[in-house]
Design a protein around this ligand. Structure first.
Ligand SMILES: NC(=O)c1ccc[n+]([C@@H]2O[C@H](COP(=O)([O-])OP(=O)(O)OC[C@H]3O[C@@H](n4cnc5c(N)ncnc54)[C@H](OP(=O)(O)O)[C@@H]3O)[C@@H](O)[C@H]2O)c1
Length: 258
């Protein structure tokens, strides 16, 4: 377990997309750490998440669960007041929600003929616009004088420079857009808050529902359990200072080309 060294004692965190997978893993790991104060977890239906219900029973004073669908613009705007009612500032915000397939027609395209506008829109709404709107809503809580990190969970396949295989248009495009938004937010908020670090992070292939249909092609040692991914990303987050803001890092701390 890392020390979360740059954050102050009792630091506050908000994990967006916390019902399962990597987001839930962040909530669990943060609550297990003594230095963490209150943790706000958001997802569409918190009461449907067994993981959040269990953690809420274990940490009733420290864990606050709020409903949030990032496709609902008014709801995302309302997150500012809902979070402000619980904490006066945030030190760590992780935008973890993402979608690659949804069981309703969205699935990574192999070729141009597989494209559907509705799927492109869905992917961009959740993967790209969601984290951007959440950044807008939470900016006042993140722009203070203490160390703070806004980490958007991206994906290596969103790297334009690293795209040698093609396909996966909706997901790759949305993650590339998310990366551009992360950079823009880093520039804008960095003018107001000199200690704020905004980054895109690639978690590595992680054993969740999102990667499940594609795991057979992944060597066992490259498929991380959620707990390992989360510890690796928290270790990267621990190393971040303002000089890293506006950049894209992998789970091993190595920078990824845009
Ligand atoms: N797993 C991997 O191998 C991998 C690799 C690279 C990048 N990533 C990225 O890592 C992040 C986490 O992925 P994961 O593997 O943990 O996925 P996951 O297990 O499928 O979880 C996805 C999360 O996104 C939330 N979500 C989906 N649509 C939402 C919406 N409209 N509003 C609010 N929340 C919504 C889900 O909440 P609900 O319960 O409300 O559905 C869930 O909490 C994503 O950004 C993904 O792109 C994952």
């Amino acid at each position: 377990m890392q020390t979360r060294s740059r954050f102050p004692e009792g630091f506050t965190a908000l994990i967006q997309g916390a019902s399962r997978g990597i987001g839930l893993g962040f909530v669990e790991a943060l609550l297990a750490h003594q230095k963490t104060g209150r943790v706000i977890a958001t997802c569409r239906n918190p009461s449907d998440s067994e993981g959040l219900s269990r953690l809420r029973a274990e940490h009733p004073e420290r864990l606050i669960c709020l409903p949030l669908d990032v496709e609902d613009e008014a709801a995302v705007a309302g997150l500012r007041d809902a979070a402000s009612a619980e904490v006066d500032r945030l030190h760590l915000v992780i935008n973890a929600a993402g979608v690659l397939h949804d069981g309703e027609g969205l699935f990574p395209e192999k070729k141009l003929d597989d494209l559907k506008l509705a799927n492109l829109e869905k992917s961009f709404r959740v993967n790209a616009f969601g984290p951007l709107l959440v950044s807008r809503a939470l900016a006042p809580l993140l722009t203070h004088r203490e160390h703070a990190v806004l980490a958007n969970i991206s994906a290596r396949v969103g790297s334009i420079g690293d795209n040698h295989l093609g396909g996966w248009y909706a997901y790759r495009g949305a993650k590339a857009a998310q990366n551009m938004f992360t950079r823009g937010v880093a520039v804008e908020l960095g003018r107001r808050a000199k200690k704020l670090v905004c980054v895109a992070l690639h978690p590595g292939t992680t054993d969740t529902g999102l990667s499940e249909p594609f795991q057979q092609r992944v060597p066992e040692h490259k498929l991380f359990p959620v707990s390992r991914t989360v510890e690796q990303l928290l270790a990267v987050i621990d190393t971040l200072g303002p000089e890293h803001s506006g950049r894209f890092f992998g789970w091993d701390g190595a920078e990824i080309p845009w």
